[in-house]
Design a protein around this ligand. Structure first.
Ligand code: GLN
Length: 280
């Protein structure tokens, strides 16, 4: 390898040529920044800086894994979500920017100052922690059926010094009887035969966090049907779903007795969320 190929910019260009992703330059900068501790801004300001041999070896190891398709979040061990940097492992879904829309919608609801909130299937804890960070008086709880996810969400809460109660439960099945003012969830909602499951990051994420039966709605059916038993009068349910599931999910909400049922779009302009209020 020639001397010049040790500069950060030469390495970025080498990586961009080899990474098959929608964001090769960003991916390369994130990996190089991770290895060197240099910010992405400083990589651009000082493109001629050279890596040490150890940094170079680590960069090439991560680059090879990225070329094999491993998600950037798994290689860095973190993913930014809302204003937070969350630890991420292969045990849970990687938080998506579109899920920040769910946080925005939840924060805009008319809720009591000390709202009791539940995040069902919290994974990294992303939604619950974003809500806890914005509304310190809220009492935010979260559950997950996967023990490693419960542990990860607790670890993220601790690292961010945010109050979050995380319990082990498959949806509502193992919760103690109680009522909430707001229930949120980004459940699995992809159909088992969806061809997207063989493309991109999802290949490295657990199927339990992604796939929900033949039509992708198995978990949403259970969550929406059972939520009224766990909501206080005037309580809200907000769920994320697939871009083509808004009509089906709205029908589930109405069948379960919700009012003010509406859907909201994600940042790409696709229907992505449905919400409703339960009045007793
Ligand atoms: N939005 C994710 C995707 O399409 C899926 C998230 C989910 O199933 N909850 O990759």
């Amino acid at each position: 390898m020639s001397e010049s190929s040790l500069t950060s910019e030469a390495l970025i260009l080498e990586a961009v040529a080899r990474i098959d992703s929608e964001t090769p330059r960003l991916d390369a900068e994130l990996l190089l920044s991770h290895v060197t501790g240099w910010s992405r801004t400083s990589l651009r300001a000082w493109p001629e800086r050279e890596l040490t041999a150890a940094q170079l070896a680590q960069f090439h190891t991560l680059l090879a894994r990225r070329i094999d398709g491993e998600p950037i979040a798994h290689l860095l061990g973190t993913q930014d979500f809302w204003s937070l940097t969350l630890a991420v492992t292969p045990d849970t879904l990687i938080p998506r920017p579109d899920t920040e829309c769910l946080v925005e919608v939840a924060l805009a609801l008319p809720l009591p100052p000390n709202a009791r909130v539940l995040d069902l299937g919290t994974g990294t804890g992303a939604i619950a922690l974003a809500l806890a960070s914005e509304r310190p008086p809220w009492q935010v709880s979260a559950c997950d059926a996967v023990a490693d996810a419960v542990a990860l969400a607790r670890r993220n809460a601790e690292q961010l010094s945010l109050p979050l109660r995380v319990v082990s439960s498959h949806w509502f099945d193992d919760l103690l009887p109680q009522r909430f003012d707001l229930i949120v969830s980004n459940p699995p909602y992809i159909a088992a035969d969806d061809h997207h499951l063989s493309q991109g990051d999802v290949r490295f994420e657990p199927a339990t966090a992604l796939v929900s039966g033949a039509d992708g709605l198995n978990d949403l059916r259970q969550i929406v049907a059972q939520a009224p038993d766990w909501l206080d009068d005037q309580g809200w349910l907000v769920v994320e779903h697939g871009y083509d599931q808004a009509d089906a999910v709205q029908a589930l909400f109405r069948q379960a007795g919700f009012v003010a049922v509406a859907s909201r779009k994600d940042y790409g302009g696709q229907d992505r969320l449905t919400l409703g209020q339960f009045t007793r």
